[in-house]
Design a protein around this ligand. Structure first.
Ligand code: PMP
Length: 392
């Protein structure tokens, strides 16, 4: 018996886990694959991977593979339109919103926001709750005089929580207020969008389509691929049409959100593969029951691991305040970096991969996005208990 099958055999699903696990959500990985806790690019549903494998060779029986399709041809046009329609449905927005794909990841979006929306002498506000929102802020600061609306870096425990409603200052002349919906590195999350009178921009890179979420509270929600949207290389943008119409015309088209929207995500040759994968991931998220079902499954998985942290008698800890703990990135560490390294290496022997924490935060991080199986979180929780007993 391998270490993985031994561990799997000793772990019986709790009744609550079993109730969710027998639904359409992914079960254990198939033979030769492992539990992949990577923060991104992250694990995808095997059903989607299999469909992509088939389409890469021959897309819809036309004799041409997905990577070989002309982006101006009728078949790719269908794939693009389907991807937009699936994302529109998952986001639940009306015709006053544009839903489109752009090349590049979230960092490119961070650079484009000030160029589009902040006049030379204007400003924008940033709620800083993580290294990613700080990156958005510092990138904007290179070209515009933007400000911090909430300073999570300076909390006594750095980035240990998000602000409560109203606990931020918004200059009334700011072009927008940006926040990071789920803090991938710090393991914290917003449970509701911040209330503001400014146009609100959400970075949903690590929580898109993971829970019921009111996109209409936002002027724009952006999400890079690589997690709940599959392949990296493109970003999904859901934006109010009247907001993106405000962007300056004094920019090359390729840098303007509105031009990408007006061109139906095909201003130039788009990242066709990533867009197709995003469409399939959005479709999958609807098939398994949409945001409500996904949120329940994610909560179940996250609580298994957070409970293992809380029940370890202090062997594991993490600064994130309990009320804003993420259900997608569950972080923990022991008292010693050497012990963390031992944990990561022994976990791999149990088929649990990708647990090394972000280089800036240290410790361990279990990323359990929508497609991650419940069973993997149960195995990890068991392993955490067993490791603490041996090393505590
Ligand atoms: N924002 C968040 C919330 C993220 O998790 C990440 C990547 N992990 C980024 C931004 C940066 O994304 P990219 O590498 O696509 O620029």
């Amino acid at each position: 018996m391998t270490a993985l099958t031994a561990m799997t055999a000793m772990t019986a699903l709790t009744p609550a886990a079993a109730a969710v696990a027998h639904t359409l959500f992914p079960q254990a990985p198939s033979k030769g694959r492992v539990y992949n806790f990577s923060a991104g690019p992250a694990c995808m549903p095997e059903s989607v991977l299999e469909q992509i494998r088939e389409e890469i060779f021959d897309c819809r029986g036309g004799g041409i593979g997905l990577l070989e399709l002309s982006h101006r041809g009728a078949l790719y046009e269908d794939l693009n339109n389907e991807a937009e329609a699936m994302c529109r449905k998952a986001a639940n927005v009306g015709s006053d919103y544009a839903v489109f794909f752009m090349p590049g990841g979230a960092t490119l979006q961070f650079g484009l926001l000030p160029l589009n929306f902040v006049p030379d002498t204007g400003t924008a506000a940033y709620i800083d709750t993580s290294i990613w929102s700080y990156k958005a802020y510092t990138e904007a600061l290179r070209c515009r005089n933007v400000t911090i609306a909430f300073d999570g870096r300076s909390l006594s425990a750095k980035y240990s929580r998000v602000p409560k409603q109203g606990e931020f200052t918004e200059p009334s002349n700011a072009a927008y207020l940006l926040y990071c919906q789920n803090n991938t590195v710090e393991g914290t999350t917003f449970w509701a969008p911040p209330e503001t009178s400014l146009p609100l921009i959400g970075d949903a890179t690590s929580d898109i389509f993971s829970r019921p979420w009111d996109f209409t509270k936002h002027a724009m929600v952006l999400a890079a691929g690589q997690k709940n949207l599959g392949a990296s290389g493109a970003s999904l943008v859901v934006a109010r049409k009247d907001f993106i119409a405000r962007a300056t015309q004094k920019l090359p088209q390729i840098l303007r959100f509105e031009d990408h929207a007006n061109a139906g995500s095909r201003l130039n040759t788009p990242p066709t593969f990533a867009v197709r994968v995003m469409g399939l991931m959005a479709e999958w998220s609807l098939k398994v029951g949409g945001p409500e079902a996904i949120a329940k499954n994610n909560a179940l998985k996250a609580n298994l691991i957070w409970n293992a942290v809380d029940n370890s008698g202090g062997f594991y800890s993490w600064p994130a305040e309990k009320w804003c703990r993420s259900h997608l990135n569950i972080c923990f560490k022991t008292a010693k970096p050497e012990l963390d390294a031992k944990f990561v290496s022994e976990a791999e022997q149990h088929g649990l991969f990708g647990l090394l924490g972000h280089r800036e935060a240290g410790g361990m991080r279990a990323s359990s996005y929508n497609a991650f199986p419940v069973k993997g979180c149960e195995i990890l929780a068991d392993f955490m208990g067993e490791f603490a007993r041996r090393n505590g």
